[in-house]
Design a protein around this ligand. Structure first.
Ligand code: ADP
Length: 359
């Protein structure tokens, strides 16, 4: 009788243990289910008989899964699975999709002897796009740096010859060395500004836009005077949030452009106003203007309407890229309207701190 009692007790302990384990197993399975439902990678399991017992939600958005291997699309996925199964090793492939165009990488990994294969699909469209932009940028920057360096080397060589043979004629070559060195310095400074803007997070200060404009315009006044361009300001008090120094940098770039593209006798007007979105800063010039064909491209890095002229007037092709970056990193945007021979208006729209508006 006692034996039976002990057996009963052992049985009930065993049941309790089994229940606990089943509960644990259930909890783990549900956790796993949640994880698989959340990850961005598409995950597909293909069984040895080509049936597909599982695919997660991401797989359904990246590819067209089916109930068997033969229905998986894009088609190259099928051969990827078959090759992984035959070789017993993970196989990686790149897949291209049309409309909308997307680039996917897929890795098929045999996970059990007998032919079960796990496929992981990742959308690399954006990563590849950024990689390509960076590659193009490095190539363009290197090309831009080469120009003043080559000019410096050539002018320095000619300078040496001139000093040896005819020192009186050396001055223009020395000046050319200096011009190229200054162009190089401007390029490096703009490149450093851009990379700093991309790398460091936006400062979060309260910036009185009107005060900032006042200060920058004062520092700019002598240059305008020298170029015989009239400079005027029209402002109301507006506060925005962000980086004072970056906003100053954007404004300096816009004023510098306006001055370089406005002939003597022209006019530059700086306006700070409120807009439906918050604040707006306009830099308006009465200069040469920009043709409608070029207009959409001028914010691209190194894009210039006239490269030789841009360099000759101290341009790097990066000024407006810097302006756009600053505007966007402040949650705003930059716009332009322009007509040839009439002048241009560049506008930076920024969100404001609403309760800081003077009523
Ligand atoms: P850059 O250093 O050559 O000025 P930016 O990126 O600042 O480079 O400007 C790109 C191009 O846009 C310039 O080369 C110029 O052709 C045009 N541009 C910019 N601002 C003005 C302006 N205020 N008036 C006319 N053209 C302008």
């Amino acid at each position: 009788m006692r034996k039976v009692k002990r057996l009963e007790q052992e049985m009930s302990e065993l049941r309790a243990e089994l229940d606990r384990r089943a509960e644990e197993g259930g909890a783990q399975a549900s956790l796993l289910g949640q994880v698989l439902a959340t990850v961005r990678q598409g995950i597909i399991v293909v069984d040895p008989d080509d049936s597909i017992p599982y695919f997660n939600p991401a797989a359904a958005t990246l590819i067209r899964p089916g109930i068997s291997l033969g229905q998986l699309s894009p088609h190259p996925l099928q051969s990827l699975v078959r090759r992984a199964r035959a070789q017993g090793d993970p196989i990686e492939g790149t897949l291209e999709l049309d409309r909308p165009h997307r680039l996917l990488t897929a890795v098929a990994t045999p996970i059990e002897a007998g032919g079960r294969v796990l496929v992981v699909v990742v959308d690399v469209t954006e990563a590849r796009r950024i990689e390509a932009i960076r590659r193009d940028f490095v190539a363009a920057a290197s090309h831009e740096l080469k120009t003043p360096v080559a000019s410096m080397v050539a002018s320095a060589e000619t300078l040496q010859l001139a000093l040896a043979r005819d020192p009186a004629r050396a001055a223009p070559f020395a000046e050319q060395v200096e011009r190229s060195a200054r162009q190089l310095a401007r390029l490096v400074a703009d490149l450093l500004d851009l990379s700093r803007l991309e790398a460091t997070p936006e400062a979060d200060e309260e910036v009185a836009l009107d005060q900032l404009v006042k200060q920058e315009v004062e520092a700019f006044r002598d240059r305008a005077l020298e170029a015989e361009v009239e400079l005027s300001v029209q402002m109301i008090p507006v506060v925005v949030r962000g980086s004072r120094s970056d906003l100053g940098l954007a404004l300096r770039n816009l004023m510098d452009n306006a001055l370089r593209h406005t002939p003597a006798g022209g006019e530059i007007r700086i306006v700070v106003d409120r807009s439906p979105e918050g604040a707006v800063l306009h830099v308006i010039d009465s200069g040469e203007g920009i043709g409608s064909r070029e207009l959409p491209r001028i914010f691209e890095r190194f894009y210039r309407v006239d490269s030789a002229r841009s360099r000759a007037t101290g341009g790097t092709g990066l000024g407006l890229a810097i302006v756009r970056h600053v505007a966007e990193s402040h949650g705003g945007r930059v716009g332009v309207s322009s007509s040839l021979g009439q002048g241009s208006t560049f506008s930076i729209n920024l969100p404001t701190t609403p309760d800081r508006h003077p009523s």
